[in-house]
Ligand binder design. Structure first.
Ligand code: X8Z
Ligand code: ZN
Length: 637
């Protein structure tokens, strides 16, 4: 969901976006403002008391606007219709105007010496929102309407395909009519192995997005204008400014993290391309070229676990097929969510409240359009937490239910913070909580909860298989997590004009992921629009950060638990001591700069990819051996 007082779209919090430090504050204080402050100091310089009153009023206004906004957004996401789109556009416009007003009023306190806590809140207000509306009349309404429309276009997208094709029927069963939706297309991408059909499904889903492009371009103009009014060069600079560090330093920081993990990605890419080449042959998968994006088992080639069967290491033991285990044990969507909740409870967290079970949307309704992309919500900023997911009984969605409940756990943990701080230490933290817990879904844990027979527990000889299974999701994801916002940064700063949006997207997809479209893209293609977070306007660097942070959290948790084996065999299930220390970090919300929160749990103040490398160390050796004699990499032109 997107809300104007939120740092986020995929989880709802009522607080403002993440924060920034004094460096940015000073950079934003213009010479003109300083001159005004100096010449009018005696009579009009606001006092600390003025700031306190301003913050109290702002907090009350935000709480009031957020609650109605959240309810409208929830209804819209659960019933996507013309009417709910219009309602959410209206509440969003109100929220946007409030955010803009408060951001501008907060500038009054530039140059006023304030206690740290108040300065932090004022600076958060000055960031406005991730989608700042320009101040002029009508701009907030125009922006909100475009955003609601893009979201709805994605949610309701369908495309035509031969639904009587036996290979399609084998996956989807009998389908009424000749159109399918994203959920069906995603299942086909996961299970089909015929390159011609995969290409059709892949191209078919991308027919929903060309109509978005002009609106998207207009939206970019509007939020850039809004960001410039707030003192930023463009909206990308505003987004990068939300990490308690200088915006340019943040861009350098993500490149540094990528540099740490990129060699592992290249090894995985090389190995998987080799496996695909064995399956599909040289024509479909040439050994020196980027991989065709439709062959990787996922609509966006962002996680490759669905083609594990094609890449399973020979003679390296069996992995664990969680989908099969869930099916064999008669799990349904509700039981998957209960199991995720139980995990947190085992660590000492309160179970989700009754209202969570009554109000969440856990399976796809048959009779109406919903925004199926999984999300977690907090409607009242206190206890009314919910998830919305069109859950399927698969290992992939088992991970996702942990991911979503992780958001809810965080939201509840920081519920006593002032509204400004009711969000993640940074947005990567919010995305990492449930994922960190899901790293504890080890074979040993599956035995403990009765999903796997003790007799089937994979031994040490299966370590490579187990690591390969998760690497095909978590390592494969890293370059995608990085490039989505690299693309948006280029869109916001004008490096990419609308006519270049699609080519720019594919340039990054090829450079970072080493993939290519299955065929030349049509002139009107707008492929970024076929990924939820682009029309859904959810910043994406958070997922890249989360993929780094979750391994740091996991390693710290395992050390706290005194676990001595390899990290991928460590589960903190049932460990209340770890739960308590984890909760201490979560309770902080965004009240302190994120390095303080990170330090509270892990003892380090830096994001660091070395925990990933440690986790996957045996796999790195394996991949390097397997890739000997192969030419890895791809031509980046
Ligand atoms: O969007 C999500 C979550 C909701 S915040 C389901 N994720 C990203 C995606 O699906 O693209 C989680 C992993 C990356
Ligand atoms: Zn999330």
């Amino acid at each position: 969901m997107k809300r104007f007082f939120l740092a986020t779209s995929c989880f709802a919090a009522l607080g403002l976006g993440a924060c920034q430090d004094g460096q940015i504050r000073d950079a934003e204080t213009t010479t003109e403002e300083l001159t005004v402050a100096a010449t009018t100091q005696v009579e009009t310089r606001p006092t600390v008391q003025d700031a306190r009153e301003f913050l109290e009023d702002a907090e009350a206004d935000i709480v009031a606007a957020s609650e109605i906004g959240a309810r409208a957004a929830w209804i819209n996401a659960n019933f996507v219709t013309e009417d709910t789109n219009a309602l959410v556009a209206q509440t969003s416009a109100e929220g946007a105007k409030l955010a803009t007003r408060l951001a501008n009023e907060a500038k009054r306190f530039n140059g006023v010496s304030l206690p740290d806590d108040m300065r932090r809140k004022i600076d958060m207000l000055k960031r406005g929102s991730n989608f700042p509306a320009p101040m002029r009349d009508g701009a907030a309404e125009e922006l909100s309407e475009i955003m609601a429309g893009l979201d709805a276009t994605y949610a309701t997208g369908t495309f035509a395909i031969d639904t009587s094709d036996p290979a399609i029927v084998a996956v989807l069963g009998e389908v009424e009519g000749d159109r399918i939706d994203l959920g069906q297309a995603v299942r086909l991408m996961a299970q089909l192995r015929d390159p011609a059909l995969l290409r059709q499904v892949w191209e078919g889903w991308r027919t929903i997005s060309p109509p978005m492009r002009d609106d998207y371009a207009r939206m970019v103009e509007l939020i850039n204008e809004g960001a410039q009014e707030l003192g930023y060069a463009d909206a990308g600079a505003l987004w990068r400014g939300g990490y308690d560090m200088d915006a340019d330093a943040f861009a350098t920081e993500v490149d540094r993290l990528w540099g740490q993990v990129n060699p592992l990605y290249e090894q995985l890419h090389c190995y998987v391309r080799g496996a695909l080449n064995e399956t599909y042959g040289d024509d479909v998968v040439p050994l020196d070229a980027p991989i065709r994006a439709d062959l990787l088992g996922n609509m966006w080639a962002q996680q490759w676990g669905n083609i594990y069967g094609l890449a399973a290491p020979e003679g390296a033991g069996e992995g664990v097929d969680v989908t099969a285990l869930l099916e064999e044990n008669d799990y349904d969507a509700m039981k998957m969510v209960r199991t995720a909740d139980d995990f947190f409870v085992s660590m000492g967290f309160d179970p989700m409240p009754d209202t969570f079970w009554e109000r969440s949307l856990i399976t796809k309704p048959r009779d109406r359009d919903v925004q199926c992309h999984a999300s977690a919500w907090n409607l009242d900023d206190i206890e009314d937490v919910r998830i919305k997911m069109c859950t399927e009984v698969t290992g992939e969605d088992f991970q996702t239910v942990h991911h979503e409940i992780g958001h809810n756990i965080y939201q509840r943990a920081y519920k006593d913070q002032p509204v400004f701080y009711k969000t993640g230490a940074n947005d990567g933290f919010h995305e990492a909580i449930g994922d960190m817990i899901a790293l504890s879904i080890t074979p040993e844990y599956l035995v403990e909860i009765g999903l796997l027979d003790a007799a089937d527990l994979p031994g040490e000889d299966a370590d490579i298989a187990l690591l390969m299974q998760t690497a095909m999701n978590k390592i494969a994801f890293l370059p995608f997590g990085l490039l989505v916002d690299k693309w948006r940064w280029q869109v916001f700063n004008g490096v990419l004009e609308p006519a270049q949006y699609n080519d720019g997207w594919w340039a990054l997809r090829t450079e970072y992921q080493g993939i290519r479209p299955p065929s030349e893209r049509p002139a009107d293609a707008f492929d970024p629009g076929a990924k939820y977070h682009i029309p859904g306007n959810t910043p994406y660097m958070r997922y890249f950060l989360a993929h780094v942070l979750q391994f740091q959290f996991h390693k710290a948790a395992c050390e706290q638990a005194g676990f001595e084996g390899p990290l991928h065999r460590c589960s903190v299930y049932g460990n209340e001591e770890v739960g308590e220390r984890f909760n201490a970090m979560l309770e902080m919300g965004a009240s302190q700069p994120w390095p303080d929160a990170l330090e509270a749990f892990t003892g380090t103040r830096d994001m660091d990819g070395s925990a990933i490398l440690e986790y996957y160390a045996p796999l790195i050796d394996y991949l390097e051996t397997q890739n000997q004699g192969r030419t890895c990499g791809w031509n980046r032109d």
